[in-house]
Design a protein around this ligand. Sequence first.
Ligand SMILES: [Fe+2]
Length: 161
Amino acid sequence: MTDVKAVPQSSIDPDVTSGVAQFLTPVVVDLQALAVDGKQAHWHVRGPNFQAVHELLDEVVAHAQEFADLAAERVVALGLPIDARIQTVAKKTSTPALKEGFQQSDQVIAQVIAGIDATLKNVHTAIDELDALDQASQDVAIEIARGLEKDRWFLFAHIAG
Ligand SMILES: [Fe+2]
């Protein structure tokens, strides 16, 4: 009979799991920041195309939350914890600070795109580094890149001439 206590945390080598956590944690942190600031943007956007941008920003938030969950649960599935507490996110996010208060939609969109671009930098690092380490985890990063790039397009279309 299988000894319950002998069941390992993960079937994957601990060096691999720590590498996955190393490259996916910054992605989770940035996505959580993007979700919080995306809501702030959703509440404070103003301008003639308010309704469309207001609703689009809620979709960006929902996607950021889904992607954060996807990346965090990949790390946790491999047996390691994630630190995405609000204080940690505030300290470690690579996304730039959003201006406070009401803003015109083009300014809001430019700032949210800057947040997406900062996040994508970490996502692309994860894609590159996880290629040799763990392709199932790399696939998570690839899915996130594809989704963020689509949201970026939807946002950019509002400000492109
Ligand atoms: Fe809302």
